[in-house]
Design a protein. Structure first.
Length: 181
């Protein structure tokens, strides 16, 4: 996600208040606060700390928690790459599936013209499945685009933050925007 740390699991962290005021955490996203902070325009640094071995008790970290972390990472990937432009994300997948459907259907037609029965190949079923998936991804992209715009407009949020305003005597104010995502 563009923030390179050695240990995201370490809970010893310090943040400036203004960086985290707009951060909303859901699920177990607390371990990814450095990523949210970087998206808000903050500089993220790491200071090595010494970890001591556990003296008492046993770790509760199991395979179930790993799965939740992976799902949170998938959510973070989507938020980071597609929240402000979901049609770009879903549209690419949809158009790729439609292109693959056309390819599978064309291949099936070539086989049919060569004398092979369509019953002997799964290509028509593959073409239909890919075609429907492509259409569904495009529709999902449209719905996500509407929902994303509603989200930003309802909260009065912009998909960027103003980092600084510089003024020069002879020129109008110049805005320096930092993309949130």
């Amino acid at each position: 996600m563009g923030v390179h740390l050695h240990d995201y699991g370490c809970t010893l962290k310090a943040y400036r208040r203004e960086v985290l005021e707009d951060v909303r955490l859901y699920g177990e996203m607390h371990r990814f606060i450095p990523i949210f902070a970087a998206w808000e325009g903050a500089r993220v640094a790491e200071v090595p700390v010494r970890h001591h071995a556990r003296k008492f008790g046993a770790s509760n970290y199991g395979i179930g928690r790993v799965m939740r972390v992976l799902l949170d990472l998938l959510t973070l990937f989507f938020i980071g790459r597609a929240l402000d432009r979901p049609m770009q994300f879903f549209g690419k997948v949809g158009l790729g599936a439609l292109a693959a459907a056309v390819g599978a259907f064309t291949w099936a037609l070539v086989l049919r013209l060569g004398g092979t029965s369509l019953i002997q190949t799964p290509l028509p079923l593959l073409a239909a499945t890919l075609g429907l998936s492509g259409v569904l991804f495009l529709l999902l992209g449209i719905m996500s685009e509407i929902q994303s715009r509603t989200y930003f407009e309802a909260q009065g949020k912009a998909p960027y933050k103003i980092k600084s305003v510089t003024r020069h005597a002879a020129a109008p104010p110049r805005l320096v925007a930092v993309s949130r995502w």
